[in-house]
Design a protein around this ligand. Structure first.
Ligand code: MSP
Length: 537
């Protein structure tokens, strides 16, 4: 089954939670609202999770990467109605769009969950039944304000000084109804202590402090987990009261455990784990990383751990919170046309240029700003003139001066390459994607300088310099090979092209291939071709 790296268990950022040897490294993204259009923010989150998933695979771990769709709720019901479709047919059409989107991003997700699938619904009902039996819910009448758009109850506190509500809430109605509530107050203290004792649980630190500040300064209000089916029927029926469906966030958060539970994961407690398990149960729970955006932190760092504790399931190791992208310093908004369409960018520039820009531009945490000029200038400087130029001229010279035949092993760039490999390995284990790309970029810069300093095109003119030319050509080709291995989690297509141009078998998908001297002397490389064509300004 899975291979663990020696000594990996005590490293930061690596799962130590289960002790089961075969447990996979389990990473998730938020599940997107099916009725929205896939945009830069969704693409970014999925690419971040994909780069981490690929990095872990490259490090020798078995990975399970899950993404998917949040399909229930009022907005979907209304949108389907407006188009004269059944909610299910409406979701099925959009799900095809979202799945294509994931493929365009070159994601290696192992599964794609939809909350309307039977496997998810049965686990949500099992969770609800267990929590109900455990006395976690009570039924009570509510009278007050309700935003249908946000599917949330509002209080006097939410009113603005002029008595109105923020337009973001849409139409606010007065509502009187009975609902089921989840008792949260008993959970407040252990959660504070847990987050304090486990500094990795919410990252970056400023997000962790935000959660702690919230928990210490507020009394948690009980969470309404139902909606009457008379008002909203596009949801999962409560197993103990069919007059209600499940609140969409309770339903959505459960996706992270429903997929492993439905496959019989031994890490999920009975009776949530389904007996009709797949032949090979997934061993994934608890999740190692939930990648989410900053706007949904409270759901993931407060409600979700409480839900899990109440159901007797171990908590995920980490909630990793990224910032929000703007375009040209403004919030992206369809109505003003201020949006970045990732698919259009990929069509024009290629998926690796897109993945490179978002991961290189923005560290996981702060907010980012997309500008087309910034994108073009990174493409030109770091991809076309940096990496692309290095690989193209290195392999072209090897082809021209040595007929593509790899010379004997030489070691001039070995110390630098080895340093970069060691540092990148450490950074990847800490999910430091931007820093990894900077570190890898330093090897590209160094190797390009090496070409300029050693001037192989001059050496080639002097037969007395043949040995020296051999050395230079080996150093360059070997750096290209090592770069392919280092870059695979980030730019998988480019990394594979470099391997292809070197005519090496397999994929550059294991970090332990990044050992100096593995490019065999006497090996014939393939044909060099530009990786990132230069573009006119
Ligand atoms: N369906 C809920 C999540 C349920 S998870 C159990 C939801 N969906 S969403 O489609 O609105 O957002 C999905 C993810 O995209 C969230 O993590 C959100 O933060 C992220 N982003 C949405 N817009 C974004 C940007 N402009 N920039 C970066 N990420 C953003 O919330």
């Amino acid at each position: 089954m899975s291979q663990r790296l020696p000594g990996i268990a005590n490293r930061p950022g690596v799962s130590q939670s289960s002790g089961r040897m075969s447990k996979r490294f389990y990473i998730t993204t938020a599940i997107d609202y099916v009725n929205g259009q896939p945009h830069l923010g969704h693409a970014y989150e999925k690419v971040v999770a994909d780069a981490i998933a690929r990095a872990r695979r490259s490090l020798g771990q078995e990975v399970f990467y899950l993404t998917g769709l949040d399909e229930h709720g009022q907005k979907v019901q209304q949108a389907a109605l407006a188009e004269g479709k059944s909610p299910q047919a409406y979701c099925d059409e959009l799900a095809a769009v979202w799945k294509r989107f994931a493929a365009r991003l070159d994601l290696t997700n192992d599964d794609f969950v939809r909350t309307t699938e039977a496997r998810h619904k049965q686990v949500v009902q099992a969770i609800l039944a267990k929590l109900h039996a455990g006395g976690h819910f009570y039924k009570e009448a509510y009278s007050g304000f309700y935003s249908t758009k946000e599917e949330t109850f509002l209080t006097e506190k939410d009113r603005r000084p002029d008595g109105t509500f923020d337009p973001a809430y849409g139409e606010v109605i007065r509502l009187e109804e009975q609902n089921y509530y989840f008792r949260l107050s008993a959970h407040q203290q252990w959660l504070i202590e847990y987050i304090e004792a486990n500094p990795d649980f919410v990252q970056p630190d400023y997000r962790r402090n935000e959660v702690l500040g919230f928990l210490k300064n507020n009394v948690l209000e009980d969470l309404c987990i139902s909606r009457p089916s008379s008002r909203l029927n596009w949801g999962i029926p409560l197993p103990f009261d069919p007059a209600y469906v499940t609140y969409v966030w309770f339903d959505a958060l459960s996706n992270y455990i429903s997929v492993p539970a439905a496959s019989g994961d031994p890490g999920v407690p009975e009776p949530l784990r389904q007996k009709s398990a797949a032949e090979q149960p997934l061993e994934a729970w608890p999740a190692d990383i939930h990648v989410i955006g900053k706007d949904i932190l409270k759901f993931h760092a407060v409600y979700w751990p409480i839900m899990l504790r109440a159901m007797g399931a171990p908590l995920p190791r980490q909630v990793l919170v990224h910032g929000w992208w703007q375009k040209d310093g403004q919030k992206m908004s369809k109505s003003t046309g201020n949006v970045v369409d990732p698919v259009a960018v990929i069509d024009e520039w290629g998926v690796d240029a897109f993945r490179f820009y978002v991961l290189r531009e923005l560290d996981i945490g702060p907010d980012g700003n997309w500008t087309d000029a910034g994108f073009r200038s990174r493409y030109a400087a770091e991809l076309a003139n940096g990496l692309g130029n290095l690989v193209n001229r290195s392999l072209s010279m090897l082809k021209r001066y040595r007929n593509g035949c790899v010379p004997p092993v030489a070691t001039e760039l070995e110390p630098e390459a080895t340093r970069v490999v060691t540092q990148t390995r450490q950074l990847l284990l800490q999910n430091q994607l931007q820093a990894s790309l900077l570190c890898i970029g330093s090897l590209v810069t160094r190797a390009n300088q090496y070409v300029d300093h050693t001037a192989p095109f001059k050496l080639a003119k002097d037969p007395a310099q043949a040995r020296r030319l051999d050395e230079v050509l080996y150093n360059l080709a070997e750096v290209c090979r090592i770069l392919a291995v280092l870059l695979w989690p980030f730019l998988p297509g480019t990394a594979e092209k470099i391997y292809g141009q070197l005519a090496l078998p397999g994929k550059p998908d294991r970090l332990d291939q990044a050992v100096w001297g593995k490019l065999p002397p006497g090996h014939s490389i393939g044909s060099p071709a530009p990786l990132f064509p230069r573009r006119e300004a």
